[in-house]
Design a protein around this ligand. Structure first.
Ligand SMILES: Nc1nc2c(c(=O)[nH]1)N[C@H]1C(S)=C(S)[C@@H](COP(=O)(O)O)O[C@H]1N2
Ligand SMILES: [Mo]
Length: 313
């Protein structure tokens, strides 16, 4: 299902047509079960959609025209350490997580702290499909059609105070179903500077390939920050906290000499244990050069003007 897309075909047309064949397989592998059945018709002249299906998406900005990673790879080759440290662990184990009901709490330096139920959150802003690269610090990358809307839409709804400078994400942790060995500190936590969080590329993400997220990809709601290494894109988030000070993150606590707060994809700065100048697109044999800011330099380079990115890695 390697999709080569002529420039004149909208991503929405491609996903409706080409992804249809993979959809049965998707639902089986992702364990989405009956509720997702109605969403089979996503993008087609359709009967009523189930209440808990992904809302209809519109094509969003910033999509790239590169071949999509095979669905089968995107849902079976994952990093989700709470469900195991191997790539196949999350697909095997993440079905144990209950993703309904689910609430996301937004708190800290905001005028209107509150909880959002997942159903309300799904409808807060128009759902877009955006084809983004995701590049892991381990030097592999994927191209995935995500579904979501800018995180800025949620932040605006709670009205950040002038003193808010950072956003911290805390993800779900349940020792009864997740790794209890402290591979990294649980719950997994990550953060962004407020201007990064408000950037229109930063996507509050609910789906992929036209369906709700499979658990192993961070259901029911995750962040996707496409110009940063994948570890910034926290999965299965439960709390979003606005702060004045830069939050400590799970990976910085784990290995501060290897993982920085910014984690911008940067081919010019080596990871202490490996070079970061090239990457392997999952499904390809050859290595390709890694692009500055994962190819999104035009959109985000100005956020880091005057910063030494060798120091702020
Ligand atoms: N909660 C949580 N979120 C997480 C991780 C994790 O271990 N736990 N791994 C991160 C890393 S290292 C990567 S590369 C991406 C992988 O996302 P994907 O499996 O959907 O491709 O998720 C990120 N989000
Ligand atoms: Mo990663």
């Amino acid at each position: 299902m390697l999709i080569r897309r002529p420039a004149d075909i909208a991503p929405s047309e491609i996903t409706a047509r080409e992804l249809f064949e993979g959809r049965r397989e998707f639902i089986r592998r992702a364990g989405l079960g009956l509720a997702a059945g109605a969403a089979l018709w996503h993008g087609l002249p359709a009967p009523a959609r189930a209440a808990d299906a992904l809302p209809r998406t519109v094509p969003g900005p910033f999509s790239i025209g590169e071949p999509l990673t095979k669905l089968e790879s995107a849902i079976s080759y994952n990093n989700f350490y709470e469900f195991g440290v191997t790539k196949s662990g999350p697909e095997r184990n993440a079905h144990r997580m209950q993703v309904r009901p689910w609430t996301l709490r937004v708190e800290g330096l905001v005028c209107k702290p509150r909880e959002f139920g997942i159903e309300e959150l799904l409808k807060l802003a128009p759902m877009e499909e955006r084809i983004y690269r995701l590049r892991c610090v381990e030097a592999w990358s994927m191209v995935i059609p995500w579904a979501g809307y800018p995180l800025a839409a949620l932040l605006k709804a709670v009205e950040p105070l002038g003193s808010a400078k950072y956003v911290e994400f805390v993800t779900h942790y349940d020792p009864a179903i997740m790794n209890t060995r402290q591979v990294i500190e649980w719950p997994y936590h990550e953060g962004l500077r407020l201007d990064e969080a408000l950037h229109p590329l930063t996507l509050l993400t609910f789906g992929m390939y036209g369906e709700l997220l499979p658990n192993q990809n961070g259901a029911p709601v995750r962040i996707v920050v496409p110009w940063k290494y994948g570890f910034k894109s926290a999965k299965s988030i439960v709390t979003l906290r606005l702060l004045e000070e830069q939050p400590a993150t799970a990976w910085i606590k784990q290995a501060p000499q290897e993982y920085g707060f910014y984690a911008n994809v940067n081919p010019e700065v080596s990871h202490p244990r490996w070079n970061q100048a090239t990457e392997r697109r999952i499904g390809e044999q050859r290595r390709r050069p890694t692009l500055m800011f994962n190819g999104y330099a035009e959109q985000v380079a100005q956020l880091y003007q005057g910063m030494d990115l060798h120091k702020h890695y």
